[in-house]
Design a protein around this ligand. Structure first.
Ligand code: UD1
Length: 373
């Protein structure tokens, strides 16, 4: 590849940040690349955005589109409208998008229509559940992106089945695990254990971590009450730390659900404190996608409060068990883990901290425009 390449990297929501951090770090190591960063502003709270920039050393965005919250149509349309003039001005050779949030598809669509190639990092994941907004974002982004960087074999199979050209598809590993491995030593210095009273001079006490924010779990009061009923039963046995996503907080206050005192509701945590808790937890209950992968990499038991996952390798090779939202199943699986009878997983291939290196190497080797597809 000759000359300088301008790459516009896109972030919008919290889970994008640990994925973009190692990519930008790697791009900065190559003087022939000029990395730019655009934040759509889909997430804007300090705890969902700025703290991640500071802790992970992500450079401040060149531009923040400031789209904020809204319905899916409003948010997606606003990103499309606001990013087009920015891309016109920047004239990048490539746009890099990560994950499956509304910012991912909106910017991909704007870029491709302007003739700018798009690289999708974390391509090919499929839950096969089209009621999930993220599934629509994934399918559409992969249909138009020119570079498809996959984390696991199933993702490669999905892309091939959907007719994507084999030479566009690259199995490279997992950039989020690049971040996890890079920041784990700093995360272990976090004082969150002391702050929450989970750690004293003798070490850590047994505790669980809970995160729920999927619309399918929190937007219905009945479903949320059923889930928290199960968590209540677990909290009688072990303290559960519950950093509450803003979407969930709104629903909880509307629903007025009672909770066990050992279920500890706290504000969303920064990356390092959260990683520290994940790495020390006896078990994690979640409906997040990324946390299924992080627990697999850490070897920590994960019960996923969903009927499906777009990350099947975390079940087939990792520590993840799909438990859905049925109370007795959640409680039974938790008790099994607390008795010490837990799934021992292994780390999937290429989740070794070098995914960003592989991605940048491929981009440099192939040149950007028009060669991949
Ligand atoms: C979004 C992503 C989801 C991802 C999640 C991670 C889509 C379709 N959804 O869901 O895939 O797992 O981020 O967090 O892209 N809010 C705040 N502060 C903020 C951002 C949002 O208070 O900084 C509140 C707003 O009331 C907003 C609600 O949270 O309406 C939901 O935010 P939104 O970005 O629409 O979706 P998430 O549920 O965060």
């Amino acid at each position: 590849m000759s000359g300088c390449c301008k790459i516009t990297n896109i972030v919008g929501a919290r889970p994008n940040l640990p994925k973009i951090a190692p990519l930008i770090r790697e791009m900065q190591r190559h003087p022939e690349i000029e990395p730019l960063l655009v934040h759509t502003g889909q997430h804007y709270d300090e705890n969902l955005s700025s703290i991640f920039f500071r802790q992970m050393g992500i450079p401040p965005p060149d531009i923040n589109l400031g789209v904020g919250s809204g319905t899916h149509a409003e948010q997606t349309a606003e990103i499309l409208r606001r990013v087009e003039p920015i891309l016109l001005k920047q004239q990048p050779d490539l746009v890099v998008v990560v994950g499956d949030v509304n910012s991912t598809i909106a910017v991909s669509l704007a870029a491709v229509k302007m003739g700018i190639p798009v690289a999708h990092v974390e391509a090919g994941l499929r839950s096969f559940d089209r009621s999930m907004p993220e599934e629509i974002n994934r399918v559409l982004t992969d249909a138009i992106a020119e570079y498809l960087f996959a984390t696991e074999d199933d993702a490669v199979d999905n892309l091939l089945r959907e007719g994507r050209p084999p030479k566009s598809i690259h199995l490279v590993g997992n950039v989020m695990i690049d971040s996890l491995l890079h920041f784990l030593p700093s995360a272990q210095q976090s004082l969150i254990g002391e702050e929450l009273g989970l750690r004293n001079g003798k070490g850590w006490q047994s505790f669980g971590v809970l995160t729920i924010h999927r619309p399918s779990n929190v937007d219905s009061t009945e479903k949320l009450a059923e889930l928290l009923g199960a968590i209540d039963a677990i909290a009688q046995q072990v303290p559960i730390v519950f950093p509450v996503h803003p979407r969930t907080r709104q629903r909880l206050s509307q629903a007025g659900i009672k909770r066990h005192p050992q279920l500890r509701l706290i504000q969303p945590l920064g990356y390092l404190d959260f990683l520290c808790l994940l790495s020390k937890a006896a078990l994690v209950l979640t409906d997040s996608g990324g946390i299924q992968e992080e627990t697999t990499a850490l070897g920590v038991p994960c019960l996923t409060l969903r009927e499906n996952t777009e990350r099947p390798v975390t079940v087939s090779q990792g520590t993840n068990v799909l438990v859905g939202t049925n109370r007795s199943k959640i409680v039974a699986e938790t008790e099994q883990i607390l008795r010490g009878d837990r799934k021992r997983g292994r780390t999937p291939p290429l989740w070794d901290g070098h995914a960003a290196e592989r991605i940048v190497k491929i981009l440099l080797r192939r040149g950007f425009v028009g060669e991949a597809a």
